[in-house]
Design a protein. Structure first.
Length: 193
């Protein structure tokens, strides 16, 4: 008789499956990974993942949801500590390159079918303008918060992607060194310095 799994057992396996899937998806792309390969990496039968997720797309959504929530938590923590969220952005991306790539380098046309993913993406997007909204509320910023947030986001993303893609090898630069003057220049442009 099969053993009845507790809620903790279910969640523990889902977490392990997402850990494996994150690495495989980042290395081979979602289309380059099968459910069988994920099962093999976990040492379980090829049908076991289907007990926990409907299909590979649902696993990708769960992995991306987790990544966006972890990213948002890192950004919120920096904002709550009144630290530079740009530093938190770069540090998260460099510490979690597989998750970061799955957040921003993967097109998942079905993302709207996963409410948890939509919420996590929205939470992460809100963190990009958190400090700007605070500055606007305090009267220190009178510009377009949404535009400024996207410009800052673009600058941080560009710096991170240059490093993750290995395009800074052989130079004395890294994402932090590029992001700092970009933040300062954008801060001056938007009247934040």
């Amino acid at each position: 008789m099969p053993r009845t799994l507790s809620a903790a057992d279910l969640e523990a396996f889902r977490t392990r499956l997402c850990d494996v899937a994150e690495k495989l998806f980042a290395a081979h792309g979602p289309d380059g990974v099968t459910m069988r390969e994920m099962a093999d990496a976990l040492g379980v039968s090829s049908m076991t993942p289907y007990r926990y997720f409907k299909d590979k797309d649902a696993i990708l959504a769960a992995v991306r949801t987790r990544a966006f929530n972890q990213f948002a938590a890192a950004m919120e923590s920096a904002q709550n500590a009144k630290a530079r969220s740009g530093n938190a952005y770069v540090e998260f991306a460099l510490a979690h390159p597989a998750a970061y790539r799955l957040m921003f380098d993967v097109s998942q046309p079905t993302f709207a079918d996963y409410p948890e993913l939509v919420a996590a993406m929205g939470r992460a997007r809100l963190t990009m303008g958190g400090g700007l909204r605070e500055s606007a509320a305090a009267g220190r910023f009178k510009g377009d918060v949404e535009l400024a947030a996207y410009v800052f986001w673009s600058a941080m993303h560009g710096a991170v992607m240059l490093e993750l893609a290995g395009l800074l090898d052989g130079s004395n630069l890294d994402a932090h060194k590029i992001a700092k003057p970009a933040r300062e220049a954008l801060g001056k442009y938007f009247g934040l310095n």
